[in-house]
Design a protein. Structure first.
Lengths: 182, 388
């Protein structure tokens, strides 16, 4: 060996992979005996699984697994409680939250969220590209009114990428509120 | 004029001639090959069953982590480091958190340190259980994989309850951890590890002591101490070669200083020191040590807060640092350079899997193809960490 960088030829020439010690008849018999013994031991262990161990597989479409309550699955934003503070969009590491908001008219009736925060901005667009989302959960932790949450809904495959863009102001997605949020 | 492998070739027929003259058969193993554990392509030149040369090609899973990190704030990088070693993500997060905390000078609360150790060691067990199962598949045994996954799934369930995700947790944050651990969870973890000791002994009897397994792994791909040092091997690969080196003991971080555990090294029980069987055994014994550590943590866990004092807008002072931690697959190093801004100036990752892949060309010559599969399995690489 010379130098710090390893030279492959220093090691590759070593004939340590092939080449066995001489096999005598006694050793051959001993090998077979050892193999039969250890394999039988293994079969006893696997055999126990046939009779004594209950199956753990969940038969998916028939039986649906219930995820733990703080599982991070599909995002849901309750737009009625959103104050358009943009903190979620700022904290998102993949920039998949698109928000547009305009200042609320002074004459318009005063709105408040469920926890009493006044809504000063009108939310015009709240879209999350779920296909880009990495489900890290950073957006939900910064949300001051707790309107953006992860739900435990995990079946939302779509045929096209554009269908993965959720517009949370749309009527059909607003209706999730009663389905997924407890 | 075409240039191939540094040679200028005027005509394609010349190239064909050159290929025809060789007696060796060029074979591509991967990128989609179940035995390469991800998207690793190894170009092997074989003389019938015997490998003459192996050349790994990387980059199929490259995601420009280093460049991305330069434009994301320090908290936002955590989900990205998860995706490097997706089978041992807690280790990745812990290493990153330790690096930034060292720069900030943050003191992590005792309870958070305990939780970190608990999840870190559970992750080590989960990762080694996966190695155990997949290695058995590599060598032609299927049932051990299912048994190991049953146990691993229980650990992932704990993680899902704590963090919300099964694999990419984003749980260990800069300054502490995200969610607190409940007493109920602690009780269930201690119940789980009570049974695990027995299960692991059963697993070892099923695979490790089997004559066929010994025949496939003993004396295969021997990594000598000198070779392990010169290639920069770390983790179970280095310990399998008989070197007593574990960062948790030698350069303790977190609360490892206060914990009592042993470091196991390869002894060459079934063949030579540093063969595939030794690396397998080191990992199995490490799981028992992790259980030992978990018991101490579950007994000693303290009440208190789980988040240290970290400013809301995170700005790391100017300077640079290199921190390394012991992950399930080896040492993980972060080299962080900061210019005082909200994002790192540079964040370079030194991954153990990358160094281990570089050992393949030295280990392969003279091996049978089937043994080469055992070799790749025994160094336990995750391509997400190799390519980053």
């Amino acid at each position: 060996m010379s130098g710090i960088t390893p030279d492959i030829s220093d090691f590759a020439t070593k004939d340590n992979q092939i080449g066995h010690e001489e096999l005598t008849f006694g050793k051959w018999l001993g090998n077979i005996g050892h193999a039969v013994r250890t394999c039988f031991k293994g079969l006893m262990i696997t055999g126990r699984y046939i009779v004594a161990v209950k199956p753990v597989t969940i038969e998916y479409p028939e039986v649906r697994e219930e995820l733990p309550s703080n599982s991070r699955s599909r995002l849901f934003n309750d737009v009625d409680n959103c104050i358009s503070c943009l903190q979620c969009a700022a904290s998102c590491p993949v920039d998949c939250i698109y928000i547009t908001a305009t200042r609320r008219d002074k004459e318009a009736p005063k709105l408040k969220t469920d926890d009493g925060t006044p809504i000063k901005l009108d939310l015009n667009q709240y879209t999350i590209d779920t296909a880009l989302c990495c489900y890290c959960g950073l957006c939900t932790t910064v949300c001051p009114t707790e309107c953006l949450t992860h739900t435990v809904d995990y079946e939302f495959a779509q045929y096209t990428l554009s269908e993965m863009k959720y517009d949370y102001l749309a009527e059909d997605i607003r209706a999730w509120k009663h389905r997924v949020v407890k | 004029m075409i240039e191939i492998n540094g040679k200028e070739i005027s005509d394609l027929t010349d190239l064909q001639d050159e290929k025809m003259k060789s007696d060796l058969l060029t074979l591509n193993m991967g990128p989609q090959h179940p035995a390469t554990h991800g998207v690793l392509r190894v170009e092997i030149k074989t003389d019938s069953e015997v490998i003459a040369e192996a050349k790994p090609y990387l980059g199929y899973l490259h995601r420009c982590f280093e460049k991305h990190a330069e434009s994301i704030d320090y908290r936002g990088i955590v989900p990205f480091v998860d995706r490097m070693d997706y089978l041992g993500a807690m280790g990745m997060e812990w290493g990153y958190a330790v690096t930034v905390e060292e720069m900030l000078g943050t003191e992590v609360p005792r309870r958070a340190q305990y939780i970190r150790t608990i999840v870190g060691e559970l992750q080590r067990i989960a990762s080694h259980l996966l190695f155990y199962g997949v290695y058995a598949i590599d060598l032609g045994a299927f049932s051990p994989f299912l048994y190991a996954f049953e146990e691993r799934e229980k650990i992932l369930r704990f993680f899902e309850e704590m963090s919300g995700a099964r694999l990419l947790y984003n749980y260990i944050w800069i300054g502490g951890v995200w969610n607190d651990i409940t007493d109920d969870q602690l009780v269930r973890i201690s119940k789980f590890i009570e049974n695990l000791d027995e299960e692991l002994k059963k697993f070892h009897a099923l695979v490790g002591e089997n004559k066929i397994f010994i025949g496939r792994t003993a004396n295969v791909a021997t990594v000598s101490e000198e070779m392990a040092y010169s290639f920069g091997a770390t983790g179970p690969v280095l310990r399998g070669s008989g070197v007593d080196w574990d960062l948790r003991k030698k350069r303790p971080y977190g609360i490892y200083e206060e914990l009592d555990f042993d470091v196991h090294v390869g002894k060459g029980e079934k063949g030579t020191v540093g063969d595939c069987w030794d690396r397998y055994q080191v990992r199995v014994l490490e799981m028992h040590e992790s259980i030992k550590i978990l018991r101490q943590c579950l007994d000693g866990i303290e009440e208190g807060s789980i988040m240290g004092k970290v400013p809301k807008v995170l700005k790391v002072p100017e300077g640079e640092i290199y921190m390394r931690t012991e992950c399930p697959r080896g040492e993980l190093g972060y080299h962080l350079v900061s210019d005082g801004g909200k994002t790192p100036y540079r964040l370079k990752v030194k991954s153990s899997c990358f160094t281990h892949v570089s050992m393949l060309p030295a280990l392969a010559p003279g091996q049978l193809i089937a043994d080469f599969v055992a070799t790749i399995g025994s160094i336990d690489i995750v391509l997400g960490e190799v390519d980053r």
